[in-house]
Design a protein around this ligand. Structure first.
Ligand SMILES: [Zn+2]
Length: 378
């Protein structure tokens, strides 16, 4: 077992200043991450950098309409990293752009997934000491192994937040000082298309900018996505709701006896005749999704009444159907762009506002503890 830690970047002040601190503290890493994505899109889609940047222009308006402060923070990241706003927008719409790249590529593997992930939450009635716990394995392309950071954001008029995200991006999974937590998993459907709407990473930031659970839900319900995605929102006071988002609709799932899990296929939208779940297609590279969510639920259930951080760690290390297991490893039978692995495992004790993070597959990397003082602000 090795112990690696994810780099921490702390920012504070007004939106543009926060972004500029982020961009300047990690200038080289942001620029490298942007280049990695343009390489990926070139490889998957054949799109030139200038073409992708042109596609990104429409997102500027969409993000500004969603939250002008988020757009300002992105402008600050661009300034700090000495990149154009469109390049930072491209990084923050990487989920949508990669999905569209796969659709447009028209290749035999055009249905390969945009990412993976298994997410879980357990509520006070089933945990040891009544804690609320959530977390996810972040399963993603192996080439992005060294791109994640812990971004600590101290805000003046909104909650403080700490997110595990890619460098140069505004949010992914994390929690805030008012008790809201979030995890994100890829979903894909035949309804996915490319329009300049609110990107998921921006929506996730909208959730962690919220000072209550209903506002966190409104951060998703009040806007529209252009592709599909799954968002698990948890509150430290003992609540969790999973939102399956498609371009024109949202479905919600509630915990089953205090436990909720999700992977990369639709569990809610099962009776909508116009919706075809890409994960269930014969071309899907993610058949493991069909057992990961259910298996995670069953494995947590074994500890019902005394579920703790150790229970989450045990589930996230599970190797059933290795390498395409909950603890996921690169499947060398597939081409490199399709190789997905658990690049980090993040567990959040919402009650103690503490993260437990394993950098890389948790079977090989020890979890370490992080309790950001900024989350103690109320
Ligand atoms: Zn493993």
């Amino acid at each position: 077992m090795t112990l690696q830690q994810v780099p921490v970047i702390s920012v504070q002040g007004k939106p543009f200043d926060r972004g500029q601190q982020h961009g300047s503290q990690a200038r080289e890493q942001v620029r490298k991450d942007v280049d990695s994505y343009f390489d990926l899109w070139q490889q998957l889609w054949g799109a030139k950098r200038s073409e992708v940047l042109q596609e990104c222009k429409g997102f500027i308006t969409a993000i500004g309409e969603y939250d002008a402060d988020i757009l300002e923070e992105l402008e600050g990241i661009a300034k700090g990293a000495d990149l154009s706003l469109e390049e930072i927008i491209a990084l923050n719409t990487r989920y949508e752009l990669t999905r569209i790249a796969l659709i447009r590529s028209q290749s035999p593997t055009s249905q390969v997934e945009s990412g993976g992930c298994t997410s879980m939450a357990a509520l006070p009635q089933v945990t040891k000491d009544g804690h609320t716990i959530t977390g996810q394995n972040w399963d993603y392309r192996a080439r992005f192994y060294a791109t994640d950071i812990i971004l600590e954001v101290k805000q003046e008029t909104k909650p403080n937040l700490v997110t595990h995200t890619e460098v140069g991006t505004i949010c992914h999974d994390g929690m805030n000082s008012t008790g809201v937590g979030v995890c994100f998993n890829a979903l894909s459907s035949n309804l996915d298309r490319f329009e300049p709407r609110t990107p998921f990473l921006v929506m996730l930031r909208g959730i962690l900018n919220s000072d209550s659970f209903d506002q966190a839900l409104a951060a998703v319900l009040g806007t529209r996505a252009t592709v599909s995605g799954n968002i698990l929102i948890t509150h430290r006071d003992g609540e969790a709701i999973d939102l399956e988002v498609i371009p024109e609709d949202v479905d919600c799932l509630y915990p089953d006896s205090g436990i909720i899990t999700h992977s990369n296929h639709f569990l809610g939208f099962t009776n909508r005749s116009d919706l075809k779940d890409t994960a269930k297609s014969s071309k899907s590279s993610s058949p493991s999704s069909l057992f990961r969510a259910n298996r995670a639920w069953q494995l947590l259930e074994l500890d019902r009444g005394h579920i703790d951080i150790g229970s989450f760690q045990r589930v996230f290390k599970d190797h059933f159907s290795h390498p395409n297991s909950i603890c996921r490893h690169a499947d060398v039978r597939r081409a490199e762009p399709e190789q997905i692995a658990t690049l980090a495992s993040v567990i959040m004790d919402m009650t103690e506002q503490t993260f437990y993070i394993a950098k890389g597959p948790p079977c090989q990397n020890e979890y370490y503890q992080l309790t950001p003082q900024s989350l103690l602000k109320d």
